[in-house]
Design a protein around this ligand. Structure first.
Ligand code: FES
Length: 104
């Protein structure tokens, strides 16, 4: 299983993704450090914001009210915005495409 991540400079990288980790953890483990994820996945910082490819968006579980509220504070939010720490990676997300959101 793998995921495809587009960085802020527009470069897309593809790497292996393990089930059980969050998409945020997979991106960080893949060596992409521009995803700050300052709170470490506690759903309190919103610096792990990604835009999910519209074709993949419906494969994700619905977001919680807390995630929705945190994203509301982001000026770069769009219809497929998610907090990557709140997306548990699983086999059915194989090939997931995400783009790291611009800094707020
Ligand atoms: Fe802080 Fe996701 S890492 S909200």
């Amino acid at each position: 299983t793998k995921i495809n991540v587009t960085t802020r400079s527009g470069e897309t990288r593809s790497f292996a993704a393990s089930e059980g980790l969050s998409v945020m953890e997979i991106i960080r483990d893949g060596g992409i450090d521009e995803l700050l994820a300052l709170c470490g996945g506690c759903r309190s910082c919103a610096t792990c914001h990604v835009h999910v490819d519209p074709e993949d968006f419906d494969k994700l579980d619905a977001m919680s009210d807390d995630e929705n509220e945190l994203l509301e504070g982001s000026s770069t939010r769009d219809a497929t915005s998610r907090l990557s720490c709140q997306i548990p990676f699983s086999r059915r997300l194989d090939g997931l495409r995400v783009t790291i959101a611009a800094e707020d």
